[in-house]
Design a protein around this ligand. Structure first.
Ligand code: HEM
Length: 148
């Protein structure tokens, strides 16, 4: 895997681009759920939200998650780049796992909205919106500051 080291700057740039796209989608989708929860099922507004949510998830959030993990994995594969005896990388990966779990639930809730089966109030999605924000703060501090 030593050939990877010569591509380090490109892989890290592609990693940062893909995590920015993933986070943009993860912060926007629950915001759409907040307004969709108050829209009348079958209304023009509700049908418009369904289209926005489907395209956001399939065209941006899903591919960006795959690219984030792919390029992150390549970075982790560069010999000597990560000191696995340090805690920052494990805390980061735990927060990333939290993002993947949140992604899974966002995809499930999108499907419920698409089938007019949502039963949760807007307030629930307003709280859920904080999960990717908190995970993002933890991830970036861990990987940039490497505090421990
Ligand atoms: C399985 C998923 C991931 C893995 C294996 C991973 C791994 C890595 C590694 C090894 C580095 C290089 C660290 C260095 O240059 O010292 C890195 C950089 C970075 N990662 Fe990730 N990462 C993942 C997901 C994420 C996510 C989800 C985010 C943001 C939400 C993120 C944000 C960043 C940032 C901002 C950098 C650049 C840090 C710098 O320039 O100092 N990563 N990642």
């Amino acid at each position: 895997m030593s050939w990877l080291a010569s591509w380090y700057p490109w892989i890290k740039a592609l990693h940062i681009i893909s995590v920015m796209a993933w986070m943009a989608g993860m912060l926007y989708l629950p915001r759409l759920f907040v307004y969709h929860a108050d829209a009348e099922p079958g209304s023009v507004q509700s049908e418009t939200f369904k289209t926005m949510e489907r395209r956001l998830l399939r065209a941006i959030i899903n591919p960006a998650m795959i690219a984030s993990i792919l390029f992150g994995g390549l970075l982790a594969g560069i010999p000597g780049l990560v000191d696995w005896s340090q805690a920052w990388i494990w805390v980061k990966l735990a927060a990333v796992l939290g993002l993947v779990v949140a992604h899974h639930f966002f995809a499930r809730w999108r499907k419920e909205f698409a089938e007019d089966r949502n039963r949760r109030p807007a307030g629930f999605y307003r709280k859920v919106n904080e999960v990717p924000t908190l995970a993002l703060i933890v991830v970036v501090i861990m990987v940039v500051v490497k505090p421990f």
